[in-house]
Design a protein around this ligand. Structure first.
Ligand code: NAD
Length: 544
């Protein structure tokens, strides 16, 4: 039960609270002064309106905060632009220092962050910890690798020795980030950290449901020593996101494919870069040589972590006919045993869905499939007894192709089963989707799994793992193909998106009068003959 006084006070926006692990589930322990400084960070002016978020564990109000107007967004971008000039002049090493310190802060203050993330999203603490771990990984990676990623490259010039060519990376200026609610800390910072490292300023518009976590991230960056104005948060819904695109030099969008198309269209009109991390309908192939008992726990996690509200979550299991009966029986048993709870500790394996809209969509997908003749092997029910938006982890069999759950992203704890009798058919089923985000292959024969992976049309493929090692391998690019995105995050890919390349070519021979102009000055066909000899020599020497 929620404490009424706490809910009222939280709803007023003046103060907030964190769920107390010592208390019965859903009880708030008010900590005046915890929420207020966070809310005070929102870039907003008088009279822009307010938004009230709720706690998914209870459905009760969580916090009311002011939203940003179009003018607030514009003012934010101006502040960011001013701050960015000084920041870009600092050394990469100094900028990297902020990221290093952020990693320490996030690890040290993790219990605070975990409470907030759970409170806003309703996820299990295990899923919340993935966010803390990810920010520790990403901040460390860019802090350590930053100088290498941003170093000036020397490349061969047009004429050996005479042309000195340097390729520099310059920050784009102000990066706008728009993020969804499912991994609020990861998605607030995942693109922002390489952007900041590269010398940009960032203006973030988080989903309204998870604004506090984004503000917590802003506070942590402040505490890590980031100068003022370089990471600002604007609050509100789609209109605030639309305003943001008008004022930035690159937009890093994470969200649905439908919204991604709109963002891409406007970015295209403005001729700014856009990184689009969108939806998926991810498949996992269970080959006939798997050790079923060893594979089941990992495959269950691949499908139901964060109650399936994870871009890389598996929604389609493609199982080899030869082992299907035994695999499905053991998988279903494990799914039925998953522990659901709103606990603010590590006891729950699956948390709540984040909103009524999520619950409606998940229920609608399952009901539609059942109406079309699908069978429920596990779950298929709203678990209102655990919390208002909990939904039982669900396994569906015999799902007809026309069912929405067969093709559309559910973004919830629902997985379908399809049987195939060879790798060839598995690849065909896995690729039969407009999406191309992530896939997984489970097989004892890694060479075979890699051959399958090579034919799957997704930006990433995990072998004998669901998603954790893929997402956590932050040196490697992670992005979607087809309707799942444009561009990629992590590693050098993020730096590519957040920088412009500038080529500076020096004619080194100018000091000695040995320039192209002096050659052309010889007149007649002499320049062409000299150049022909030089080009032929370079061809024979296979010079790059
Ligand atoms: P959504 O597209 O509805 O909203 C995402 C963000 O965009 C929110 O902040 C929202 O306020 C904002 N927004 C909405 N309309 C806008 C507009 N017209 N202009 C600018 N901003 C706008 O997404 P959602 O349904 O809340 O999030 C879930 C989706 O995100 C799923 O499809 C999931 O797969 C995807 N996702 C993808 C990744 C990835 O890395 N590929 C990661 C996490 C989530």
């Amino acid at each position: 039960m929620i404490d009424d006084a706490a809910a009222d006070a939280a709803a007023s926006g003046a103060v907030g609270g964190v769920l107390d692990p010592e208390h019965p589930q859903g009880t708030f322990v008010l900590e005046p002064g915890v929420m207020a400084p966070l809310v005070a960070r929102i870039a907003t002016s008088e009279g822009s309106g307010t938004h009230r978020s709720m706690c998914p564990f209870t459905g009760a109000p969580l916090v009311t905060f002011p939203v940003s107007s179009a003018e607030d967004v514009a003012a934010c971008a101006v502040r960011a632009r001013v701050a960015q000039r000084g920041w870009a002049r600092q050394s990469v090493r100094d900028r990297a220092g902020v990221l290093q310190r952020l990693g320490r802060i996030v690890l040290e203050r993790q219990s605070e962050a975990l409470d907030l993330i759970q409170l806003e999203t309703g996820k299990s603490r295990r899923a919340a910890f993935e966010e803390v771990a990810d920010i520790a990984q990403v901040s460390r990676h860019y802090a350590v690798r930053g100088e290498r990623y941003l170093a000036t490259r020397r490349v061969p010039g047009m004429v050996p020795l005479l042309a000195g060519v340097q390729v520099h990376r310059r920050p784009v200026g102000v990066v706008g980030a728009i993020s969804p609610w499912n991994y609020p800390m990861v998605l607030a910072l995942s693109e922002a950290l390489p952007a900041l490292l590269a010398g940009n300023a960032v203006v973030l518009k988080p989903d309204p449901q998870t604004t506090l976590t984004a503000l917590w991230a802003a506070e942590a960056l402040d505490d890590a020593g980031l100068p003022a104005g370089l990471f600002q948060v604007v609050a509100g819904g789609p209109d605030v996101g639309e305003s943001l695109i008008e004022h930035v030099d690159h937009i890093a969008f994470t969200g649905s494919t439908a919204t991604g198309r709109k963002v891409a269209a406007r970015a295209g009109e403005r001729l700014i870069g856009a990184t689009l991390e969108l939806g998926g309908k991810n498949a996992l192939y269970v080959a006939d040589d798997v050790d079923i008992d060893a594979a089941v726990p990992g495959i269950v996690r691949a499908c139901f972590s964060n109650a399936g509200q994870l871009c890389a979550s598996i929604e389609r299991l493609v199982v080899h006919e030869a082992i299907a009966e035994e695999f499905v029986a053991k998988f279903v048993r494990a799914v039925r045993n998953l522990r659901l709870s709103p606990a603010l500790d590590y006891s729950a394996e699956v948390g709540s869905l984040t909103s009524a809209a999520q619950l409606d969509k998940v229920s609608a997908h399952v009901d539609d499939a059942l109406a079309r003749g699908a069978r429920v092997l596990a779950g298929g029910v709203h678990r209102a007894d655990v919390g208002p938006y909990f939904y039982a982890p669900t396994v569906l069999d015999d799902v007809p192709a026309q069912a929405a759950v067969a093709r559309e992203e559910t973004f919830g704890p629902v997985v379908t089963i399809t049987r195939v009798d060879c790798d060839e058919d598995a690849v065909a089923v896995m690729n039969d989707t407009e999406y191309g985000l992530h896939a997984a292959v489970w097989s004892r024969d890694v060479a075979r799994a890699r051959r399958v992976a090579a034919r799957i049309e997704t930006g990433s493929v995990a072998i004998n793992d669901g998603y954790t090692m893929t997402w956590g391998s932050v040196s490697a690019p992670l992005g979607g193909w087809k309707a799942s995105g444009v561009g990629a995050r992590h590693g050098a890919a993020s730096i590519d998106g957040m920088t412009r390349q500038q080529t500076v070519v020096t004619s080194r021979g100018a000091r000695f009068g040995a320039t192209l102009d002096s050659l052309y000055g010889l007149g007649g066909d002499t320049p062409s003959r000299v150049l022909t000899i030089a080009l032929e020599a370079m061809r024979k020497l296979r010079m790059a």
